[in-house]
Design a protein around this ligand. Structure first.
Ligand SMILES: C[S@@+](CC[C@H](N)C(=O)[O-])C[C@H]1O[C@@H](n2cnc3c(N)ncnc32)[C@H](O)[C@@H]1O
Length: 233
């Protein structure tokens, strides 16, 4: 993506109540920030944020966090939010490689990836947001009943993801190579900026939904409940 520098975007982000720069202090404390215990959904690589802003407007009982690497892009989402002042929406400027520094275990209920950068060279495969390395990062922060939804028009990236996601032991529950002709998956679909552009150009949109590996709890509390269960039955 070609980036146009937006002068002052870093300052705008620094001053905003709705945006953070790699907020490690909020790890495990996002419920305190939102002042409620509603589920938290995140979009990684949100761009100008139209998708996540629409979701936040439509679903006031879910909290949304948009993550974007570049200030010049993120500031567009922030400008909109400064008008809307949605209490259930905020943004993080950071590289998603650091995602486990800002979210604690089981803190997130859903992850959206939309039109992620394809990183076509093999030597950059680890940077793809659906690589095994990224899936392992997401597994740590997602609740056991959480899920990941991924949309793209990039067929090589989608084919890569159909292999990398099961390789990371996630369960691919559903996928399509032509979302806009799939009645079931189109229910409630919100178009992103890139989705609108690529589908207008006639490109089919692929989508998949994946569930995280089953977590086995091996802490003292878990063992205690297992022992009680064993004694009772
Ligand atoms: C192709 S754009 C798609 C934007 C938007 N999701 C959409 O569908 O319209 C991908 C966005 O992801 C961001 N991005 C890519 N890799 C990232 C990373 N590792 N961490 C955070 N953001 C990233 C890019 O800066 C860019 O804004």
């Amino acid at each position: 993506m070609r980036l146009r520098n937006v002068p002052g975007s870093r300052d705008t982000i620094a001053k905003s109540h709705y945006c953070f720069d790699t907020p490690t202090n909020l790890k495990g404390h996002w419920k305190d920030f939102f002042k409620n215990t509603n589920p938290i959904h995140i979009e990684v690589g949100m761009g100008k944020g139209r998708f996540i802003t629409s979701l936040a407007q439509n679903n006031p009982t879910i909290n949304y966090i948009g993550i974007e690497k570049y200030s010049s892009v993120l500031v567009r989402a922030l400008e909109k939010q400064e008008e809307l002042l949605l209490p259930n929406l905020c943004f993080i400027r950071m590289d998603a490689e650091d995602i486990n520094d800002v979210f604690g275990e089981d803190e997130i209920s859903r992850i959206y990836l939309n039109f992620s950068d394809p990183w076509p060279k093999d030597r950059h495969a680890k940077r793809r947001l659906t690589s095994v390395q990224f899936m392992n990062r997401y597994e740590k922060l997602l609740t056991p009943t959480g899920r990941l939804e991924f949309k793209t028009d990039n067929r090589p990236l989608f084919d890569f993801s159909l292999e990398s996601i099961p390789e990371a032991n996630w369960d691919l529950t559903t996928y399509t190579f032509d979302l806009h002709h799939n009645e079931e998956l189109m229910v409630g679909n919100i178009m992103t900026e890139y989705e609108e552009r690529f589908s207008r150009e006639g490109n089919p949109i692929c989508k998949l939904i994946a569930l995280p590996p089953k977590k086995t709890y091996n802490n003292k509390k878990g063992n205690f409940y297992l022992e009680i269960h064993f004694l009772l039955y």
